[in-house]
Design a protein around this ligand. Structure first.
Ligand code: SF4
Length: 342
């Protein structure tokens, strides 16, 4: 296996308040591997405050881990020389939730496409730049003649987000981190944008890390999923297993909250957990042991003493919960390797 991008037991603490006395453990010992030889779509899912966006920023090198490492082709991001960092910036691209933020309303959308082409010195002439931009727009499902020369406000939110996909594609990336890419897009356009990500993986071998709070779309596009709760991996594995037969009480809560056409029915029917649930994003109490213990209806004495490790419950799924301690213990790194090799 060639590890393209890897988080090795990464944690990130944010300090706040007078003399930095307050602290939040936003990401807590997460390991993840993207295998260069097997393009994949990996979802990172959780509620607001689960640490998923902080993990994405760590993987992009926008912020540094407090402990652990982010590796790009085996090299630590924190100790990379300039040429390798430039290559990393080209090969690891991002698409964010709000496409409008990337645009300057007084410039035509062409500007967001030409800037990266010249910045990375990818072309030798204006004609070559134009050709490359048109090709990327087509790959993102847009017609250049209906897109170029327009101002951002003249395009729908869906098209503006597709231009962000085209901008990422311009640089021939190996991996794209898509942080809630369809949460601000009309429901009717969501499926087509997500389909284009799947197509890009299939046809061009681009891997995606899909950050989302929405398990339905995670299920539609990804092979593997990491469910985060307050910065830690609660459940990780093949998406089919995790979403269709969730085992961690938190994942079961999330799955049970997925609305079905019949408003009286939920996927998992785990309504007893909801009744104990504190509001998502509630202040993080200093919990010893399992972070979910103050919401979990199955809490036992041992849950409040030591944080549960990951237990392998199936050939491609692990759960951080003592209810499943009959399974073999597995480290986050071993689990990341297992999934990356599937
Ligand atoms: Fe609930 Fe205990 Fe499992 Fe945590 S370890 S999810 S508290 S049963």
């Amino acid at each position: 296996m060639i590890s393209l991008l890897e988080a090795q037991h990464v944690s990130r603490v944010f300090h706040s308040g007078l003399l930095n006395k307050g602290h939040t453990l936003a990401v807590d010992g997460v390991s993840l591997i993207i295998n260069e030889e097997k393009p994949s779509i990996t979802a990172i899912a959780g509620e607001s405050g689960s640490g998923k966006t902080t993990l994405a920023r760590l993987l992009l090198g926008v912020i540094q881990p407090t402990s652990g490492s982010i590796l790009y082709r085996g090299q630590n991001l924190a100790a990379m020389d300039r040429p390798t960092r430039k290559e990393f910036r080209r090969q690891v691209q991002a698409i964010f939730q709000d496409p409008y933020e990337a645009y300057n309303p007084v410039y035509k959308v062409d500007q967001v496409l030409t800037t990266p082409v010249y910045k990375f010195g990818l072309v030798h002439s204006r004609e070559e730049a134009h050709e490359r931009i048109e090709q990327s727009l087509r790959m993102a499902g847009l017609r250049p003649e209906e897109t170029l020369g327009r101002y951002p406000h003249q395009l729908s939110g869906g098209r503006r987000q597709r231009i962000m996909v085209a901008r990422a594609l311009l640089l021939n990336p190996r991996i794209i981190l898509a942080d809630e890419p369809v949460s601000m897009v009309d429901a009717s356009l969501r499926a087509t944008i997500l389909e284009s990500l799947v197509k890009l993986k299939r046809e061009f071998g681009i891997s995606f890390i899909y950050i989302t709070h929405d398990l339905t779309t995670a299920y539609q596009v990804s092979q593997n999923i990491y469910v985060l709760y307050r910065g830690s991996v609660a459940e990780v594995g093949g998406v089919e297993k995790v979403i269709k037969q969730p085992k961690h009480p938190y994942t079961r809560l999330l799955v049970s909250s997925i609305p079905l056409p019949d408003p009286d029915k939920h996927w998992g029917g785990e309504s007893e957990i909801e009744s104990k649930a504190s509001a998502p994003g509630a202040p993080q109490a200093e919990l010893i042991g399992c972070k979910f213990s103050n919401r979990c209806p199955y809490v036992m004495a041992e849950c409040q003493q030591t944080a549960p490790p990951l237990y392998l419950t199936d050939d491609n799924r692990a759960v951080a919960c003592y209810l499943h301690k009959s399974g073999a213990q597995i480290s986050g790194k071993e689990m990341a390797e297992l999934l990356a090799n599937l």
